[in-house]
Design a protein around this ligand. Structure first.
Ligand SMILES: Cc1ncc(COP(=O)(O)O)c(C=O)c1O
Length: 416
């Protein structure tokens, strides 16, 4: 395809995108128009599928109490007040930050529209002219924030994922007196695994580094451990720092409401002095439009529903996730997930079959995230299943039956 007659052919200019473009244009699992939903079933054309590609882990997108919270706030504040946050905030903002600070048990919190806004604006500020150390499997949006930081004068080095010794070596090699920022994921968006945060926090503290953790997929799912917890996910869903029994000393936690809470909003857990500094230095606070009122309303009511019903929902989410994981593991199929979270990646025996496998799942009425190259490295091509509390047991039966079929057809990588 040419761009405005310039003859630019992007697929040819950058062959990296060719696989993805083939799937986008030829596989029904990509770029679909979803015309109707019914619980966690979706309709594309006249084809109904069970949706296992949704990040709405707690099912809050479908919760009547949360839906009902929108109208009253939109009538009070309008659909989308036009101030940047520095100019003015609806009273919903301080309310959300207060309740979120209480939930996370952090010194303070600051919310922005999305995690991408946070990474792109806050990583360069925290890095300054210093050194950034990034986990080699960190989310693309963290990479983008680090790349921008490098453009503004920081140096960026990668450490092997999960390898705190490698990180320690790199930190010790860094010039003294420089700012040091370590960036990594909490619950990984593909493997579903959580890092050993205690060990990484210790290495960072020993080397005067600030640890910056993106727990987009852990917030709402994992939380502090407590006697009587309803599942191994812990209680309250207050994210990986609390789940690991850590303090916020030298840690900035980033998370979002756009997954478990089904609302467009993201946050930093941080000290108040840093919050005040970001209010005058992080571009989205100064220049970006606000979060739509409907999302502020659902984030707030979501936290209140979480306080009352969250642990019961997480117990159900854990049970449903384990139904899939137990089936995968007992079938001898490989998944990197050892943390029992609802994010279940299933690499293919041969990544070249991704189109065929996507079409098989489609025909069986199962909707998943196809993890094609370059979204994942070539040797990890496969698909990702995400379980939500709103998926029914009947849908999980259908998913497990399709996994059985793909296993029999030799399409899934075997566990060693
Ligand atoms: C780990 C991680 N970080 C950041 C993002 C982007 O979040 P947002 O949509 O809030 O920018 C995602 C989205 O999938 C994610 O998985």
């Amino acid at each position: 395809m040419s761009l405005m007659g310039l003859g630019l052919d992007y697929a040819r200019l950058d062959a990296r995108w060719a696989d993805l473009e083939r799937l986008r244009s030829g596989n029904p699992m990509y770029d679909a128009t979803i015309e109707e939903i019914d619980g966690r079933r979706i309709r594309v054309g006249d084809h109904w599928l069970a949706d296992f590609a949704s990040c709405n882990y707690l099912g809050f997108d479908l919760d009547p109490e949360i839906m009902d919270s929108i109208d009253v706030q939109v009538r009070r504040w309008g659909t989308h007040p036009g101030w940047s946050r520095l100019l003015g905030n609806s009273a919903l903002y301080p309310q959300i930050e207060e309740e979120l600070t209480d939930l996370l048990g952090s010194p303070d919190t600051l919310v922005f529209p999305t995690i991408t806004h946070i990474h792109m604006s806050v990583i360069p500020i925290l890095a300054g002219q210093g050194a950034v150390f990034i986990d080699s499997q960190a989310h693309k949006t963290i990479y983008d924030g680090c790349t921008y930081a490098r453009g503004l004068g920081a140096t960026v080095r990668r450490f092997r994922t999960g390898d705190h010794e490698h990180l320690g070596t790199l930190l010790r090699e860094a010039p003294a007196g420089q700012t040091r920022l370590v960036c990594m994921d909490g619950v990984n968006s593909m493997t579903g695994n959580a890092p050993d945060l205690n060990v990484f926090a210790r290495v960072c503290r020993e080397n005067d580094a600030l640890l910056y953790v993106d727990d987009a997929h852990g917030f709402g799912v994992l939380g502090e451990r407590a006697p009587g917890q309803t599942s191994p996910y812990g209680t309250r869903g207050n994210a990986i720092v609390k789940y690991c029994g850590e303090t916020y000393e030298n840690i900035v936690l980033v998370g979002g409401f756009s997954k478990a809470y089904s609302s467009l909003l993201a946050f930093l857990a941080l000290p108040t002095w840093l919050k005040n500094h970001l209010k005058v230095s992080a571009p989205p606070y100064l220049y970006s439009g606000p979060v739509p009122t409907a999302s502020l309303a659902t984030a707030l009511s979501g936290m209140r529903v979480n306080a009352r019903r969250g642990d019961a929902i997480r117990a159900d989410l854990y049970r449903k996730s384990m139904r899939v994981l137990n089936h995968v593991r007992s079938s001898g199929v490989y998944t990197p997930n050892v943390a029992d979270t609802p994010v279940i990646e299933l690499p293919l025996a041969d990544g070249r079959d991704i189109d065929v496998v996507g079409k098989m799942l489609w025909a069986r009425g199962i909707y998943v995230t196809l993890a094609a190259y370059p979204l994942v490295p070539r040797d990890e091509v496969g698909f990702r299943v995400q379980v939500t509390a709103a998926n029914t047991d009947a849908e999980i039966d259908e998913l497990n039956a399709s996994i059985t079929d793909l296993t029999a057809a030799g399409q899934l990588r075997r566990a060693r």
